[in-house]
Write a protein that binds this ligand. Structure first.
Ligand code: LLP
Length: 381
């Protein structure tokens, strides 16, 4: 955990709103995953945070990438990732994604039978199965339910496997991912168990990829034990795709108090809001906060600068009373799906990002220049 002094230094140097990352915390999260899943291959779901500096650090530690867009594949290619460390995933892949994935020699995660005809020749393939389970998370974050758009139905597997074989593709294994921010190990047990039953259809396989989705306080050891058991049903190597778990805790969104006000409720007004951190508004996510000022405890809502009533980063948050303009607030567990989901709505520049390596701060993304936001409009003319 970075000290108040370190956070103040970053805010004074780079301005706010600012995303900061603690490299040691990132390394520690990776070490926890490696310890829980010994021998498994780790493909970081870069959607959680695609910053090139973080990608290079993870890649240097042996991690590969799960990519879901041309841009994410482009990032993997840009840092020189080798094809055996890249997965191409997504329910609606574009021609360019098939092409670049093929060029890289990546493994494709096939999400529907119709994809077989679209794959580059002699592709390496995992087939994503829909385990038809509802899980205990926000509905938008559940991906393994029967009504979700992801994966193939188990009854579609035999025909799909035959089509892959006759198309000259190499089936490496099965894939599943049941959702995100899942805390209850029973959800993973149920899903892995269902997929393990499919070994009767597939026979032995090289790989079982159980995706990610682990909540920050999930029991990794318990999930790993269930995953190993499922992989054993296929005689397969285990692959995992953590996103949030690797990067969330290393990240802090630093924001300054712009003032306070009372209407029907008490508000602490911040220079960060939905454009910097969308998760509270989109999923009702609650991020712990740490105030860098002192005072007797009070309760207020954290409001951003946008002209939308839903632009709140927290409700009924206990903070020291008496916040002054310029005081710093650290919004914690913001390293995953924070900067990654920031937007330029209201022509607000996406925030700067900085990394603490244990000794010094390094800027790893500039605050977006305003001219960059409208550059594509000028270029079109
Ligand atoms: N693998 C696949 C196929 C995925 O779709 C995802 C996340 C992951 C791995 C990584 O899941 P994680 O370990 O990060 O839970 N924007 C949302 C999260 C969306 C996750 C989408 N897929 C949020 O802010 O919570």
């Amino acid at each position: 955990m970075l000290s108040d002094q370190q956070l103040r230094q970053a805010a004074d140097t780079y301005g706010t709103p600012l995303y900061t990352y603690d490299a040691q915390e990132l390394d520690a999260a990776l070490a926890r995953v490696q310890a829980a899943f010994p021998g498994a291959r780790i493909y970081y779901a870069m959607k959680a945070n695609p910053n090139l500096t973080l990608l290079r650090r993870l890649y240097g530690a042996g991690v590969g990438f799960e990519c879901v867009s041309l841009g994410e594949l482009g990032r993997a290619a840009h840092i020189g990732a080798s094809g055996d460390r890249v997965l191409v995933n997504g329910p609606a892949k574009s021609d360019e994604e098939y092409r670049l994935g093929g060029e890289l020699g990546a493994t494709f995660i096939v999400d529907r039978p119709g994809e077989v005809a679209l794959l580059p020749p002699a592709s390496s393939v995992l087939v994503r199965v829909n385990p038809a389970l509802s899980v205990s998370t926000h509905d938008h974050l559940a991906t393994g339910a029967a009504h979700s758009k992801f994966g193939v139905r188990p009854d579609q597997l035999p025909d799909l496997l035959a089509a892959l074989a006759s198309g000259g593709h190499r089936l490496r294994g099965l894939h599943l991912h049941i959702g995100s921010a899942i805390r209850d190990a029973a959800d993973f047990r149920a899903a892995f168990g269902r997929v393990a039953e499919l070994s009767r259809v597939t026979g032995p396989l090289e790989v079982l990829d159980v995706g990610g989705g682990w909540g920050l306080d999930a029991d990794l050891g318990g999930i790993a034990a269930e995953a190993r058991q499922a992989a054993a049903a296929f005689g397969a190597q285990l692959w995992v795709e953590p996103g949030r778990y690797l990067v969330a805790r290393s990240g802090v969104l630093l924001t300054r108090v712009m003032g306070t006000k009372a209407t029907g409720r008490d508000f602490t007004l911040l220079d960060a809001g939905m454009t910097e951190l969308l998760r509270p508004m989109l999923y009702g996510a609650e991020h712990p906060v740490r105030a860098l000022w002192e005072g007797a405890p009070g309760v207020s809502d954290l409001a951003g600068p946008a002209c939308e009533s839903g632009d709140l980063l927290g409700r009924d948050v206990t903070l020291p009373a008496g916040a002054q303009r310029g005081d710093l607030l650290a919004i914690l567990e913001a390293g995953a799906y924070g900067a990654a989901m920031s937007s330029t709505y209201l022509t607000r520049p996406r925030p700067a990002e900085a990394l603490w390596d244990g000794q010094t701060w390094t800027l790893i993304r500039q605050r977006e220049p305003l001219e960059a936001i409208w550059a594509a409009e000028e270029a079109a003319g």
